[in-house]
Design a protein around this ligand. Structure first.
Ligand code: HEM
Length: 57
């Protein structure tokens, strides 16, 4: 799968309001709220590991 998000890591979401992956995740709502909350409850090193994974996509 190719998200291509690594090519635009500084203006994320449809209106460019998220300046990094962590912000983009935190701005999720609706159906994605559960994923956002799970992300926020992870230990810092696991959150960092997910961000590093996103940078590879
Ligand atoms: C661990 C789970 C998730 C991660 C890491 C993640 C990550 C991201 C990122 C980085 C973006 C910005 C993409 C861009 O600007 O091109 C994004 C946007 C979006 N995500 Fe997720 N996401 C997750 C879960 C979900 C879920 C469960 C849903 C819905 C059921 C969802 C719906 C959306 C939608 C609709 C957008 C576009 C929002 C906008 O542009 O304003 N995401 N997501």
């Amino acid at each position: 799968m190719e998200w291509g998000v690594r090519f635009h890591q500084h203006l994320l979401m449809h209106d460019g309001r998220a300046h990094n992956f962590e912000q983009a995740i935190v701005y999720h709502g609706g159906e994605a709220a559960r994923s956002r909350n799970k992300f926020l409850s992870l230990p810092a090193d696991d959150r960092q590991a997910l961000i590093e994974f996103l940078r590879t996509l």
